[in-house]
Design a protein. Structure first.
Length: 350
């Protein structure tokens, strides 16, 4: 056995066992096709989600508690990865799953900006390596957005990023600009490990870069919809993606409308997303489409790898997409999406 295979043998065995507990494709299609939330719950109760659903009320669980169960399930599974990866790769995995730390910060400051309480966001919090529910609850007791971030800076590896974001909010009072500052900070930390990740597993690094591309393209789409000039959004673009800043500028400047621009994005296949957008005018279809593209790319490029970091990264994307698909299915009416729309956009483990 090679040294690399030996390094990942235990990790891969554990991840494969975790992967076997994911919702299989036929079951996921039944979830998507279910006529109501009760039907979705009945299906989930026969899967790995049973324990989490039972914790929040079982088959009598209220709809607003389903997010609690999904968030708890995601956190419990993904946070296990840090303990089972080889010691030399823990920095990488911690940086990657750190996305949920920033997700929690975003929930907290958005709620505080709207003068909402912790209870409003509690169901959606996914415990990250640093920021868990208890930490966010304590921070939310502060009276301002700046106060929340100041509390979260204490003994945090993200203190510099939060300090920059807090300064943005103090200057602009614009929560969107503040969240963009957080995104740039988080993906900046990923940029710092991409070189190391490239050495560990080249395909894994390409997938992280695709996440950055998705963020940048969503920024272009929103700006195009609002009629904002490229110069006004350039500072919000994140570096280290596969698509260069110059290419993003050319893409944005060459087409007058969203539909024309989408048709010329080569990095993602957004044909289905565009068809759904034309009917619903909801930008969520593009985010779903790009997430789906990333997970399919991850499966194709990482699944053939055996005993490598790619096996672990593939699981993260599979688990995230599982949770994301279920959330979209439960909340489809909020997004104006039918089960047919979801089936077209979510090609789950096809």
């Amino acid at each position: 056995m090679s040294s690399t295979s030996s390094l990942y043998s235990y990790s891969s065995a554990r991840v494969k066992a975790m992967e076997s507990m994911l919702v299989d494709p036929p079951t996921m299609q039944h979830i998507i096709d279910a006529g109501d939330v009760s039907g979705i719950l009945a299906i989930l109760f026969q899967t790995d989600f049973k324990e989490d659903i039972s914790r929040y009320g079982g088959m009598e669980i209220k709809k607003n508690m389903i997010d609690f169960a999904l968030s708890r399930n995601l956190a419990n599974h993904v946070n296990k990865l840090e303990a089972i990866v080889p010691t030399t790769q823990r920095k990488l995995i911690r940086a990657i799953i750190g996305k949920w730390d920033f997700y929690n910060v975003r929930l907290a400051i958005e709620a505080k900006d709207k003068k909402e309480d912790f209870d409003k966001i509690e169901p959606n919090i996914v415990d990250g390596p640093v920021y868990k529910q208890a930490t966010i609850r304590e921070a939310m007791r502060e009276g301002s957005v700046e106060g929340v971030m100041s509390r979260l800076m204490i003994n945090s590896p993200y203190s510099a990023i939060l300090k920059d974001a807090s300064a943005v909010y103090s200057r602009t009072k614009d929560i969107s600009e503040t969240i963009t500052s957080l995104d740039i900070g988080y993906y900046g930390t990923l940029s710092g490990v991409i070189f190391e990740l490239t050495n560990a597993h080249y395909q894994s690094a390409l997938i992280i870069k695709k996440e950055i591309d998705m963020k940048n393209i969503l920024t272009l789409i929103r700006a195009k919809r609002l009629g904002i000039k490229f110069q006004s959004i350039e500072k919000y673009l994140i570096g280290s993606g596969n698509i260069t800043r110059k290419s993003l500028e050319q893409l944005f400047g060459s087409y007058s409308g969203i539909e024309d621009m989408i048709q010329h994005i080569d990095a993602f296949d957004l044909k289905e997303s565009l068809d759904v957008y034309k009917r619903t005018k909801n930008l969520i279809s593009f985010e779903i489409g790009m997430r789906n593209h990333i997970i399919n790319y991850a499966i194709k490029s990482l699944k053939p790898t055996i005993l490598s970091f790619g096996t672990i990264l593939a699981y993260i994307y599979l688990k995230e997409m599982e949770i994301y698909t279920i959330r979209i299915s439960v909340n489809s009416k909020l997004y104006g999406l039918t089960s047919e729309d979801i089936s077209r956009l979510m090609i789950w483990k096809k």
